[in-house]
Design a protein around this ligand. Structure first.
Ligand code: C5J
Length: 237
């Protein structure tokens, strides 16, 4: 069991039963020239989360932590898009329409895919979700249960929407969630702050909050132990 400093108190986890979940780091949300920017958002606020998330991803892979990526989006025929979601916001261009990087939030389109910096590796599931939460209408629950996962380390965007919704869904399903504050981001600094406060309030009502600098040394320790265990004729200390 590893322990790291977190709020509201220490977070303990076993790398064998923890998963890293990276939520919706898609071009349309994060890249300059994508749909997010076309709506007038400052994508630099989201891009700050890329370097620390990449460091966490590399460390998690070396530690043998199960990694899952998610993408928000819909079938090309939009059969899984609720009419309410299609029209919400009364924007001129909405989900399924042609956007700057292909049809907006449609699976298979360039803008829908995960940014190159955080590209999934073979064997890392990509969960396509039509909603804000990663459990709604997906097989994420089955992927986690079948591997005995009990704890989620959470990165991605946006903190107040898909990250928060997923953490709440996970909490109700019995998972402990650790949210890394430098690896999640929002277009709105005030929402970033409030969304993190909500997670750790009242003794950690939805989970824990820490950061990449506190987590990575613990993952490195797990990676070193794993390497020793794999070395021929050697046993893990
Ligand atoms: C996500 C959104 N990923 N804000 N989507 O947070 O619509």
């Amino acid at each position: 069991m590893l322990a790291i400093r977190a709020e509201p108190y220490e977070f303990k986890f076993d790398p064998a039963t923890a998963a890293l979940i990276i939520i919706d780091m898609q071009r349309d949300f994060v890249d300059p020239g994508g749909f997010g920017e076309a709506l007038g958002n400052d994508v630099a606020l989201l891009r700050k989360a890329i370097p620390p998330t990449k460091r966490v991803l590399d460390a998690a892979r070396k530690a043998g932590v199960f990694v899952v990526h998610t993408r928000e989006g819909h079938r090309p025929d939009l059969a899984d898009l609720w009419p309410a979601k299609k029209v919400r916001g009364k924007f001129k261009t909405t989900i399924g329409d042609k956007g700057p990087m292909g049809r907006i939030l449609v699976r298979g389109e360039y803008g829908h895919d995960i940014i190159d910096d955080l590209k999934p590796k073979a064997g890392e599931p990509v969960v396509d979700k039509p909603g804000k939460g990663a459990f709604y209408a997906t097989d994420l629950g089955e992927l986690l249960v079948s591997r005995g996962i009990r704890q989620l380390i959470v990165c991605g965007v946006t903190t107040e929407v898909c990250v928060n919704t997923t953490v709440r869904e996970a909490n109700d399903r019995g998972y402990d969630c650790l949210v890394l504050e430098d690896c999640v981001a929002s277009y709105f600094p005030e929402f970033q702050e409030a969304a993190l406060k909500m997670i750790k309030a009242q003794g950690g009502i939805f989970g824990w909050v820490s950061d990449s600098k506190k987590l990575i040394p613990a993952l490195e320790k797990a990676a070193a132990k794993r390497k020793r265990a794999k070395a021929p004729g050697k046993r893990a200390a």
